[in-house]
Ligand binder design. Structure first.
Ligand code: NAD
Length: 492
């Protein structure tokens, strides 16, 4: 069993506490690695190292060379994808095949932002002042803290780290206490790629012990956080106290809306992908299915046909379609929502049970579950479960779908299934969500901004938009006048 150490200045550093905590395999329930338990002293070491690195060889490197380093890291992630995916799947219980795809895709973020590094341009701004030349330049903000959840550790870290490094910043990464091993394996690749010491640092531990001191640390300029809204709120409050910027990618309860004119075969597959891939443990899960009244019964039948024989089991085994819930507290939460839905009067038409015994390891499994008869004021319609639970609601027409779709505090994403171009455009305009998918669900890319409206967060990840979160813009005024005007009178 591996015992890991914090990663600071390209070195493995014992935790100040001398304590280690368990990395648990959600399938077997066994401890499979030991992780350093961080505290404020470890955070200070890492943040200071990252601040010092902002003044070192990293800052003197040309943007082109910086981009080349990112590119090299991407290539190493790709060639080590199997190993990285195995440790991440072992930590979070997601299907190995899915995690492998995610890790390979994470490499592309480093390619994209590597290419972008020397294309960040300021502007020459025509202005109204005589004989003064004005231009803008973009500069790195400094040290960026990345704080990530357990569901997709490497990919969500790549979403933050690649644009932050592209912009010339340095990083202290704090992965979820439930899924930290892959971050240390990634750190090894930073060394192999040739990043200078201090550019990427990793401290593991709990939100209170590591996350909070990291957000508060004076050397940290931006916090890039993905997680639940409770943690997100605390990060935002704390960041505000220190006038720090933060990006927050929080939860969702996204509506997946199927109209009667849709290709129902595609829509049914899209709805299943939306909720049951990754066992519903994704922020963008399409966990509220809105069905036009006339197709309700037929569509639910289609879902049952697709899902009733889903293969549940060991996520490392080929052919398995649903893995375990990633953590025991999350398992308990998902199970509690099944009880909540039943007590609210929703009809359980699929699943609703846990699985244990032979082939189910420690028994942290919840069957893909569908509730019909849900109305939008029920808790099962309003609250994020983060598990394989689908709530089905009915709507009458476009405006009814918009009303129900938007009647929620979240605004991360929405899906719309229709053959009508007019309807698709109307819905994409009216839905209050950071992403709207028309006749598909879950597409995301390094090229494209992703983020939430309302309680789903602040800021964007992906595309050129993401780099702006990690840059300061400076206006430079250069006088071309040989003589200063009267110094006592300011001219406008
Ligand atoms: P979480 O908020 O409990 O933890 C996320 C991270 O924040 C962890 O590393 C944790 O240690 C840290 N943390 C917790 N409290 C903190 C604090 N006060 N200060 C600083 N750091 C703190 O979330 P989770 O349970 O690990 O993940 C599930 C949640 O993440 C869900 O709500 C889900 O919707 C959300 N999520 C959002 C996205 C997105 O892109 N919008 C993607 C994946 C997950």
């Amino acid at each position: 069993m591996n015992t890991y150490q914090h990663f600071i200045k390209n070195e493995w550093v014992e935790p100040d506490s001398g304590q280690y905590f368990d990395a648990l395999d959600p399938f077997s329930g066994e401890t499979w690695a030991k992780l350093p338990q961080g505290n404020a002293i470890d955070v200070d070491r890492a943040a200071t190292a990252a601040a010092v690195a902002m003044e070192g060889p990293w800052s003197k490197m040309s943007a082109t060379d910086r981009g080349m380093l990112l590119y090299r890291l991407g290539a190493l992630i790709e060639s080590n994808a199997q190993k990285l995916a195995e440790v991440e799947s072992r930590d979070n219980g997601k299907l190995l095949s899915e995690v492998l795809g995610q890790v390979r895709y994470a490499a592309k973020y480093f390619y994209y932002y590597g290419g972008l590094a020397d294309k960040i341009q300021g502007a020459v701004i025509p202005n109204d002042k005589p004989k003064v030349f004005n231009y803008t330049r973009y500069e790195p903000v400094g040290v960026v803290a990345t704080i990530t959840p357990w569901n997709s550790s490497l990919l969500l870290t790549a979403w933050k780290v690649a644009p932050a490094l592209c912009a010339g910043n340095t990083i202290v990464a704090k992965p979820s206490e439930h899924t930290s091993v892959s971050m240390f394996e990634l750190a090894k690749l930073f060394v192999e790629a040739g990043f200078p010491p201090g550019v990427f640092n990793v401290i593991t531990g709990f939100g209170k012990d590591v996350g909070e001191p990291l957000v508060a640390h004076p050397a940290v300029s931006v916090v890039a956080f993905t997680g639940g809204d409770e943690g997100g709120r605390r990060v935002a409050v704390q960041a505000a106290q220190h006038f720090k910027r933060c990006t927050l990618e929080l939860g969702g309860k996204s509506p997946n809306i199927v109209f009667d004119d849709a290709d129902l075969t595609n829509a049914a597959n899209g709805v299943v992908t939306g909720i049951f891939s990754a066992g519903g443990q994704t922020c963008m899960a399409g966990s509220r299915l809105l069905l036009q009244e006339s197709i309700h019964d037929e569509f639910v039948e289609r879902l049952l046909t697709i899902c009733k024989d889903a293969k549940i089991g060991n996520p490392a085994e080929p052919g398995v379609q649903v893995g375990p819930v990633a953590t025991k507290p999350q398992f308990d939460k998902v199970v509690s929502y099944i009880d909540i839905a039943k007590s609210e009067g929703a009809n359980c038409v699929l699943g609703g049970k846990t699985r244990s015994g032979n082939g189910y390891g420690a028994g942290q499994f919840v069957e893909p579950t569908i509730f019909t008869g849900v109305n939008n004021s029920m808790r099962i319609a309003q609250e994020e479960v983060f598990g394989p639970i689908l709530s089905v609601l009915k709507f009458k027409d476009e405006d009814d779908a918009v009303r129900i779709g938007n009647d929620i505090r979240f605004g991360l994403a929405a899906g719309v299934w229709t053959k009508s171009l007019h309807r698709a455009m109307y819905m994409s305009e009216k839905l209050r969500a950071g992403t709207v998918w028309i006749n598909n669900y879950r597409s995301t890319s390094f090229t494209t901004p992703f983020g939430g409206f309302k309680d789903s967060g602040l800021g964007r990840e992906g595309g050129v938009e993401a780099v702006k979160e990690f840059l300061e813009v400076k206006s430079v005024w250069v006088s071309t006048d040989l003589q200063m005007p009267d110094p006592f009178i300011r001219k406008y």
